[in-house]
Write a protein that binds this ligand. Structure first.
Ligand code: PMV
Length: 331
């Protein structure tokens, strides 16, 4: 069976050393409206189902990458040197091992506007920015579609962070993942808003990667997930084509709740929510009862992301004064 190394050797232009001294790249974070939760058994990090996201414009990660003559990589995250034992360091250097020139180490300076490991897709923007920086550093000049497949190996959802706007990640079926990449949807929806409600700054105890493998292998209800995803993807694509916000919001919220229900039925149960998460969900449902079109989505962490339209911004701010509002199509 093909290994990641062999596949990379096939697609990367053979330039063993960087063509630039350093390269800098930015990638936006993204929030899935239809979640990726489940893998095909493969070292290529392949998803079981397709997924669809919205990128968060200016909220993302900037990475400056260079090679240094040193024994070990040096990682600086938001101005602080990262310890070698830190999960961030291990994940980043593990990914960079695929591209490391002999006798060199990497220096990675990362500034993330997204809190790390709190279910706010920091790894998505992080690995997308790192992949773009690698492309710049080595002068590969690869198409975004190929970079999407490379980013996917670092973190699945990273393959969707190479574009702004709505992005669809096709699961594909090839064993080497050559048809498992993301692509932007043509559609633009300038009135759409995403609200970040960060009530917990605690790093999650179970990573998305571990959490999805555990859910997939132990929840007795997991077999229902692929069909549900297909139906939700069809509804979301229709909602975007028709600019039907009720359909978009209700589908995204139901899809996130279904994913968390699966986690809840894993053995042992996997729960990312805190009591405050539930209180905030109840607040959203209460607002909806008053006629306000507001929905939420939730990833592998306790913090909610709100979905609403520009015209309702003042109502949302009145109900959730701490909300950070993102205008995804503001670029
Ligand atoms: O790409 P990962 O391994 O960080 O997993 C992402 C999982 C979710 O955020 C919960 C869903 C998604 O599609 O982004």
């Amino acid at each position: 069976m093909l290994s990641v190394e062999t596949w990379l050797n096939q697609i990367l232009p053979s330039r063993p050393l960087p063509s630039a001294e350093m390269a800098s790249a930015y990638a936006p974070s993204n929030i899935a409206l239809c979640k990726y939760w489940g893998k095909r058994p493969s070292e290529f990090n392949l998803p079981l189902t397709s997924s669809l996201s919205i990128s968060l414009a200016h909220k993302g990660t900037t990475t400056i990458l260079s090679v240094i003559e040193a024994e070990e990589d040096l990682a600086v995250l938001n101005g602080e040197v990262v310890a070698k034992t830190h999960p961030f360091y291990r994940r980043v250097t593990g990914f960079l091992d695929f591209f490391r020139p002999r006798n060199y180490a990497f220096k990675i300076i990362t500034d993330s506007q997204v809190p790390i490991a709190q279910g706010l897709a920091s790894s998505a923007s992080g690995f997308a920015a790192l992949t773009l920086a690698l492309d710049g550093l080595f002068g590969w000049q690869l198409p975004l579609k190929t970079l999407s497949m490379i980013a996917r190996i670092g973190s699945g959802s990273a393959c969707r962070s190479l574009w702004h706007g709505f992005v669809l990640w096709q699961a594909g079926s090839a064993e080497d993942g050559s048809d498992s990449f993301a692509e932007p949807l043509e559609a633009s929806w300038p009135e759409l808003r995403v609200g970040l409600l960060v009530h917990s700054h605690q790093a999650k105890a179970v990573s998305s990667r571990e959490g999805m493998i555990h859910t997939q292998s132990t929840s007795p209800f997991f077999s229902a997930w692929p069909a549900l995803v297909n139906a939700d993807l069809a509804s979301l694509e229709k909602s975007i084509a028709d600019k039907n916000f009720t359909l978009l919001g209700s589908t995204a919220e139901a899809n996130a709740e279904a994913m968390h229900a699966l986690m809840q039925t894993a053995r042992p149960a996997l729960v990312y929510s805190t009591p405050e998460t539930l209180r905030l969900k109840e607040a959203v449902w209460a607002l909806r009862k008053t006629g306000l079109e507001i929905y939420f989505t939730q990833d592998a962490g306790p913090n909610l992301k709100l979905l609403f339209l520009r015209e309702n911004t003042h109502h949302v701010v009145a109900a959730f004064p701490e909300v950070e509002i993102i205008d995804p199509f503001s670029l």
